[in-house]
Design a protein around this ligand. Structure first.
Ligand code: GLA
Length: 389
């Protein structure tokens, strides 16, 4: 585990610590993904890392058989019964209840806890605050209740918890949130879970995340439908090649062979996944060579595929990517995360920030009536305990 460090605590966490000075502090980062979108559940490649934006938890054991969880950002507290957790759909506490369900399903011991969660990681902005919450809770329980589980097991439990909330997400977010390291992205093979660390130097261009303000809830989005489209293609390919188990194994010529049987939209989505997998591997090389133009071009190509073939973009994100393409100092941009709103990831010289602020922010507001929130992202460590010194 990386060394812990000092951090500025949000007011709700400070207030909790004043009342309970013996509480333990934890932090769980948001997930960023340099490239490889919608490839994880197709057993392909992704290139994620942890963002320097976090959820902070202060936790103390409590008597009773429930979890008492306050969300500082909503100034709201919920009580989740450890013996009878109900999952309240549409409310942030569904992630807490889902984690309790998962722990119970695996016969993991649970005890009462009181905790507060807060931080600067925005919700619904495509940086996986939901995975930061579920992964954070599982990390905390593992630590507080002495489960002694491996990181991989915790990652799987976090993914299973999120599936209980209705979204059949892949493994990327939880993996990145648990195991990222500062100034590194991680080439993750979502089939074998093998990783290769890819240094992201802090003397290169900057990574920005532009929060479009179109905030999504993946349960109501067609995320699961995208997954089903990929599964339909795999089923068709398996008729001729039964050894194929995911789009990871499918080639362009396999797609040609089933072209007359498959829906055109499904074929376009599968083609996007095949191309995106290749782009991940090419980007790893481009980053190693510090070839920022090539890296940026891959970002634009990824967005093009997500927009026209995979169809998970929206007008706001397309407007931003199109405008960024003509701003000086910008190498590339694409929607990041599931899509259907959320954010745009940008690789640009730091000086481009001025023109993003002075030109893009007002133009975006005029067009959509939404503020553009800009984050300068650096790659950070995964989940950890915070040292109280
Ligand atoms: C969400 C899911 C991930 C991944 C991305 C798209 O963040 O949680 O598993 O599928 O969308 O790449």
């Amino acid at each position: 585990m990386p060394p812990s460090e000092h951090i500025i605590l949000p007011p709700s966490v400070r207030e909790f610590m004043n009342r309970r000075p013996r509480a333990t502090l934890y932090k769980a980062p948001g997930r960023i993904n340099l490239i490889g979108e919608h490839t994880d559940y197709n057993e392909g490649y992704v290139l994620p890392g942890a963002a320097n934006l976090h959820l902070i938890f202060a936790v103390e054991p409590a008597s009773g058989r429930d979890l008492r969880v306050r969300a500082g950002r909503y100034d709201e507290q919920v009580l989740v019964d450890l013996d009878d957790p109900t999952i309240p759909m549409g409310h942030w506490s569904r992630f807490v209840a889902a984690v309790v369900h998962t722990a119970r399903a695996h016969a993991l011991p649970l005890c009462g806890l009181e905790l507060v969660v807060d931080g600067d990681l925005p919700a619904g902005a495509g940086m996986s605050s939901s995975s930061a919450l579920t992964s954070g809770l599982l990390f905390i329980m593992n630590h507080q209740f002495g489960w002694d589980l491996s990181m991989e097991r915790l990652i799987r439990l976090a993914q299973e918890s999120e599936h209980r909330t209705g979204v059949r997400g892949g493994i990327m977010d939880q993996f990145a949130i648990f195991s990222s390291r500062r100034n590194e992205a991680m080439l993750l093979d979502c089939r074998s879970l093998a990783t290769q660390r890819v240094p992201i130097p802090d003397d290169g261009p900057s990574w920005f995340v532009l929060d479009s303000g179109v905030h999504h809830n993946l349960v109501d989005s067609p995320y699961n439908q995208r997954r089903e489209a990929c599964e339909r293609i795999v089923e068709l390919v398996r008729v001729r090649k039964p050894e194929v188990s995911a789009l990871r194994d499918v080639s362009e010529s396999d797609l040609e062979a089933i072209a007359r049987k498959a829906a055109g939209d499904d074929l376009a989505k599968a083609r996007y996944v095949i191309e995106e997998n290749d782009r991940v591997l090419v980007m790893v090389e481009a980053l190693k060579e510090r070839d920022w133009s090539r890296t940026g071009l891959l970002l634009f190509q990824s967005h093009h595929g997500l927009r026209y073939d995979y169809q998970v973009s929206c007008d706001e994100l397309d407007f931003l990517v199109d405008a960024l393409a003509s701003l000086p100092g910008v190498y590339g941009a694409r929607l990041m995360g599931a899509g259907f709103g959320g954010n745009v990831l940008v690789l640009a010289d730091h000086t481009a920030l001025d023109s993003i602020r002075s030109q893009l922010t007002p133009a975006y507001y005029v067009q959509f009536g939404l503020p553009l929130i800009i984050y300068n992202i650096t790659l950070d460590n995964g989940i950890q305990i915070i040292d109280k010194q």
